[in-house]
Design a binder for this molecule. Structure first.
Ligand code: FMN
Length: 142
């Protein structure tokens, strides 16, 4: 199976998870940039606002997704849903060809339909490496 790893990250957690998954696959993760400033307290409030009202963002990818790939897509959880940049990605790429991985502090994503699978990496449960390994095993990659 031709897998590609695609991620968006505000503060580094989803990036780290993406890099670990990509390392298992021997690939380089593709970064989604939404060209917004989400840093600091103002950025946090703005992020919550964008997530809550489902405000659209324009994105670019650090490299294009190869034709016919299945993607492993890593998103932070923002107000119970994926980040706006990830929602934008799924306006271009079918959920039916994606395994979604959502990083969070304590809760899990509510909209879970259409994806090939949904994996929750919850900081409070301190099982990041175990969850990633289970995902990789499920994909029968190693
Ligand atoms: C705007 C915003 C909303 C968030 N909402 C939730 C939430 O509903 N539940 C939760 O457990 N964590 C929530 N978080 C925390 C992030 O999901 C968590 O820290 C995530 O792993 C950050 O990933 P990142 O470092 O890749 O940006 C939120 C963070 C932000 C910035």
């Amino acid at each position: 199976m031709n897998y590609q790893v695609v991620y968006f990250s505000r503060s580094g957690h989803s990036k780290r998870v993406a890099e670990k998954i990509a390392a298992y696959l021997g690939t380089t993760p593709i970064r989604i940039d939404d060209h917004k400033w989400w840093k600091g307290p103002i950025g946090f409030i703005r992020a919550g606002f964008y997530a809550t009202i489902d405000k659209k963002v324009n994105i670019t990818l650090s490299e294009p997704v190869k034709e016919g790939s299945t993607c492993i897509v890593i998103s932070p959880l923002w107000a119970g849903d994926t980040a706006p940049a990830i929602r934008a990605f799924f306006r271009m790429f079918p959920k039916e060809r994606a395994h979604l991985v959502v990083t969070s502090i304590g809760s899990t994503v509510s909209k879970r339909t259409s994806y090939l699978s949904v994996t929750d990496v919850v900081k409070r449960e301190e099982n990041e490496d175990q969850v990633i390994k289970q995902l990789i095993d499920r994909l029968s990659i190693v």
